[in-house]
Design a protein around this ligand. Structure first.
Ligand code: FAD
Ligand code: SF4
Ligand code: SF4
Ligand code: SF4
Length: 397
């Protein structure tokens, strides 16, 4: 049976839970809120399947292969506006749905918890749009996917690289009717932190109909904000320097232990397609640099190429070399560094009252107001894009 020596040895993909023929595994949250397998020994028959499907205990070798690369912008302005970057994922999802398939991705449940679920229609596809910066709960989604695949349905699965490798390990055979789309993944913060943030925002969340981690309104793609919506009205909005959840995400203070030593960050992937942001679109094309969002699309397989050839026909794209697309993308290959305050942060999460907790680690102090004001001035004067380009050029040196 599966034995995790230390917490970096489990990414929480739930492949072991999904495969167990005796339902002897429960995915249980630890004190930080991350799920780990807990074996009910009285039910276990020592079949060894849980070990066999673990993507950390059975790492997939990185094999260099031919890759095709594009910059992508969805031709539907609304879809592009609602998506994190250029809306590539929705376009791929629509292609699959239009062929009678189903799409699987990370969505909110009715309490705004982040879970993997299935979409059967283009209307439902909307729930996957926009990044959710906390680990999603996989539940029994791999089992549901296997059932769909065995019944002959075309399935598009999307998620973090570890979730894709977890699914492929779980399936243990190649399916021609499966398309896997992964993201370039910074890291995933704890679901318990997200729960704490929802409590902190409870007066707004109680009326909310949607929460966007990366809202492009009103300042554009380069300065997206956390927004809480009630219908079409925004009831909360704050940017990366002032919103507590975004500050936690970008300070690497609450990520899953496996993310600090990620085994899945690589250029040559097991997925068919990898998607991620392109803030530096001006490096490839001035014309595409409209601050409305562009997705980088890296294709690893023939089936990925076949799908994208069709998807590209109805959208705006530019083919570039795979090397040019990937150059300087550190988060694709390097793990994030653990914030030295991480242990104290989790200890305080249990001890302190919600507002006191967030204010201790992310205070609304002079520095925060200075950063916020400077950013707003740069946006109003039209200098923000210029300043960001300069910063990115300096970072690349
Ligand atoms: C946790 C996380 C970290 C990321 N880190 C980076 C990064 O460091 N650099 C970078 O360039 N891009 C990163 N991205 C990817 C980026 O934010 C966009 O997902 C990407 O640009 C595609 O955008 P889109 O407009 O095509 O699609 P969107 O419509 O925005 O697509 C959303 C897709 O992301 C998936 N998704 C959303 N939240 C989660 C989640 N919690 N777990 C698993 N899958 C999820 C959905 O299933 C869907 O497939 C990250 C995304 C997430 C979720
Ligand atoms: S060894 Fe087999 S029965 Fe036991 S927990 Fe693992 S998968 Fe389940
Ligand atoms: S990495 Fe996945 S399969 Fe391995 S122990 Fe963790 S949840 Fe189970
Ligand atoms: S950083 Fe690695 S381990 Fe963490 S969620 Fe992303 S792919 Fe999984």
């Amino acid at each position: 049976m599966i034995n995790i020596k230390d917490k970096t040895g489990c990414c929480g993909c739930s492949a072991c839970f999904n495969i167990c023929p005796k339902n002897a595994i429960i995915m249980k949250p630890d004190n930080e809120g991350f799920l780990y397998p807990d074996i009910q020994e009285e039910l276990c028959v020592n079949c060894g399947l849980c070990e066999k499907v673990c993507p950390i205990q059975n790492p997939m070798q990185e094999i260099q292969k031919e890759q095709t690369a594009y910059l992508f912008q969805n031709s539907n302005d609304r879809v592009r506006e609602e998506s994190t970057s250029g809306g590539a994922f929705t376009a791929i999802g629509e292609y699959v749905l239009n062929r009678g398939g189903v799409v699987v991705g990370a969505a909110y449940d009715e309490e705004f918890r982040i879970i993997h679920s299935i979409a059967e229609s283009t209307f439902e596809l909307r729930k996957f749009r926009n990044s959710k910066y906390a680990q999603s709960n996989m539940q029994d989604i791999y089992r549901q996917i296997r059932k769909l695949l065995d019944s002959g349905r075309f399935v598009c699965f999307s998620g973090t690289p570890c979730q894709v490798e977890g699914l492929l390990s779980f399936l243990r055979k190649k399916y021609d009717n499966l398309l896997c789309v992964d993201i370039v993944c910074h890291a995933v913060p704890s679901p318990k932190l997200w729960e704490k943030y929802l409590q902190y925002q409870s007066s707004k969340v109680k009326d909310a109909t949607n929460i966007l981690f990366r809202d492009k309104k009103p300042y554009g793609y380069k300065y997206s904000s956390m927004s809480i919506y009630k219908g079409n009205d925004v009831i909360y909005r704050n940017g990366v320097e002032s919103d507590k959840m975004l500050r936690a995400f970008f300070s690497e203070i609450a990520d899953r232990p496996s993310c600090y030593d990620c085994k899945f960050k690589k250029r040559y992937r097991e997925s068919d397609i990898t998607i991620w942001d392109c803030f530096e679109v001006y490096r490839f094309s001035q014309k595409l640099d409209d601050d409305k969002g562009t997705t980088r699309v890296l294709i690893h397989s023939e089936s990925g190429r076949k799908v994208m050839d069709e998807v590209l026909k109805d959208n705006i794209s530019l083919q570039v070399s795979a090397d040019a697309l990937c150059v300087g993308v550190k988060e694709m290959v390097f793990s994030v560094k653990k914030n030295p305050k991480r242990d104290a942060f989790f200890a305080d999460m249990d001890k302190l009252e919600t507002t006191e907790f967030f204010n201790k680690y992310f205070p609304d102090d002079g520095i925060m107001y200075l950063k916020k004001t400077a950013r707003r001035i740069l946006i109003i004067t039209g200098l923000y894009s210029f300043a960001k380009k300069l910063k990115q050029k300096m970072k690349r040196r």
